[in-house]
Write a protein that binds this ligand. Structure first.
Ligand code: URA
Length: 234
């Protein structure tokens, strides 16, 4: 990674402050002064700042129960950013593994480990996301099995060429279902129900992979080691 990023990830310095330290000759890499912030360094290089050895922070893995009316973005937009609820340093380094719409609630995974989030979002990794969906139209009992089969077979979404990947639909009541999907196209769940002539009026994500939501609205916690690792063996 770049030297300025390495310095940021191992101190409380901002990117600008890290660059200033590098330019003023305070940073040494493997015994030599390094004044170019773009210098590439590896975890096993000896990097000193004012004589103190730097070690990059461990990656962070966070679970949050997203409130309605927040956006999965690092900045406030029409709605406030979900990150306003997180009391951690360097929030700008974090991203969301599988964003939710502003009106969707529930389980969100947040990290600064890009490879890990790829395991979650890449459709071919088959990482299941389970949504509780409230519908405007009741599903007639006699059509339930047919609908389940349609979701399993794949649906043609408006504007898409192929079919959706096989999805598991479980009907809880005529107007409430659980939907399990392995991909996350833009407004995917809403568009899936639109494709079968229905409309989503409430959407809540309950589970991603083996990780279940166990927090109140707006709360967050770090994932356990087992939870983090569960996404490496999808
Ligand atoms: N599908 C949607 O339509 N919206 C979400 O927020 C998540 C999945």
């Amino acid at each position: 990674m770049r030297l300025d990023k390495f310095v940021c990830k191992s101190t409380e310095l901002t990117r600008m402050e890290a660059i200033q330290c590098i330019h003023s000759g305070e940073v040494f890499v493997n015994g030599e002064v390094a004044t170019n912030e773009a210098t590439q360094v590896h975890e096993n290089n000896l990097v000193l700042l004012n004589g103190v050895k730097l070690k990059t922070r461990d990656f962070r893995y966070i679970l949050m129960n997203k409130p309605a009316g927040t956006v999965c973005s690092n900045i406030d937009e029409v709605y406030p950013s979900l990150f306003n609820y997180l009391e951690v340093d360097k929030v700008s380094e974090l991203h969301i593994a599988g964003r939710l719409d502003a009106d969707t609630t529930g389980l969100v995974l947040i990290t600064d480990d890009g490879r890990w989030s790829f395991n979650i979002t890449l459709p071919t990794n088959d990482c299941r996301k389970i949504y509780r969906v409230k519908l405007s139209q009741a599903i007639p009992t006699e059509l339930s099995q047919d609908l389940i089969a349609q979701f399993e077979k794949g649906l043609k979404l408006q504007g898409e060429l192929g079919l959706t990947r096989p999805a598991k639909l479980e009907i809880i009541t005529p107007k409430e279902v659980l939907l399990s999907i392995t991909e996350g196209k833009f407004h995917q769940v809403k568009r899936m129900f639109s494709a079968v002539g229905n409309r989503v009026v409430g959407l809540h994500r309950e589970q991603i992979g083996k990780v279940c939501l166990d927090l109140d609205v707006g709360q967050w916690r770090y994932l356990s080691k087992n939870e983090v690792e569960s996404f490496n063996n999808n």
